[in-house]
Design a protein. Structure first.
Length: 80
């Protein structure tokens, strides 16, 4: 089973990297770009076949290592 975890900053948390990307895009002439938020994508391959167990395991991974849950939120996407 394959998993993809999207980690982004929570709403209200300042995103200086996103601001820098937005400013650079505007400087390059992409004036239609408004607010930019950046994040990370983590792809994992799991040997677990049961989706419920895989999702629980991924949630545990996110809570313990993959995301700083004080300032970040995460979404889990599973594919067979």
């Amino acid at each position: 089973m394959r998993a993809r975890v999207f980690v982004t900053l929570k709403t209200g948390v300042l995103d200086p990297q996103g601001k820098a990307i937005g400013h650079a895009l505007n400087g390059l002439g992409f004036n239609a770009v408004g607010e930019v938020r950046q994040g990370k994508v983590i792809d994992l391959e799991l040997s677990e076949k049961d989706e419920t167990k895989a999702r629980a395991s991924l949630k545990d991974m996110c809570e313990k290592l993959l995301a700083n849950t004080v300032i970040e939120k995460y979404e889990i996407e599973l594919r067979a």
